[in-house]
Write a protein that binds this ligand. Sequence first.
Ligand code: HEC
Length: 166
Amino acid sequence: MSHDRKFFDTMSLLLGLLVVFIFVIFFVARAIIADKQNAFLMEDPTYQEELAKRIAPVARVAIAGQSDGTVAGESKPEPAAATRSGEDIYNSSCVTCHGVGIAGAPKVGDHDAWAPRIDQGLPTLYDHAINGYQGNTGMMPPKGGAMNLSDDDVKAAVDYMARLYR
Ligand code: HEC
């Protein structure tokens, strides 16, 4: 009888410990996962975007006479270039065709291709670059297709290309 009793006590104790153990594991696991889950969520670009949208101000104000036409928090539109160098303009708008010389475009630095063109004089080159030009080798679109460029931008790019010829 006392033998059964002892067995029963030991079993109860073991069961009790097991239950406690299960709870501990359960909560530890949850703690670990919660941490990871939050970190994962915070790094998610879609979530960050959504969050930024939700906490963005409802409205923004531009005050006449005090602001330059942009709304606080928004970046100013690029100044109508002229300040950009001929090299910059060439690299953003002309290099596609003139860099490698596709579709009959005279390649920069190709002396033979440029010599007769340079001989026409810069004003003609400016005119052809700004207004477009159908020559013997292909079609130079007006401003190289970059209609946002000012005439001065195009001239600067032509100057840059003409310099590379030498
Ligand atoms: C879509 C391709 C293309 C782009 C982009 C382009 N060009 Fe051209 N360009 C040509 C072609 C083709 C010719 C040659 C036309 C011919 O002589 O038959 C040419 C010729 C020229 C000439 C020589 C004109 C002449 O009288 O011989 C100049 C100067 C010139 N381009 C400047 C520019 C400038 C500056 C840009 C950038 C703002 C530019 N091009 C962008 C295709 C392009």
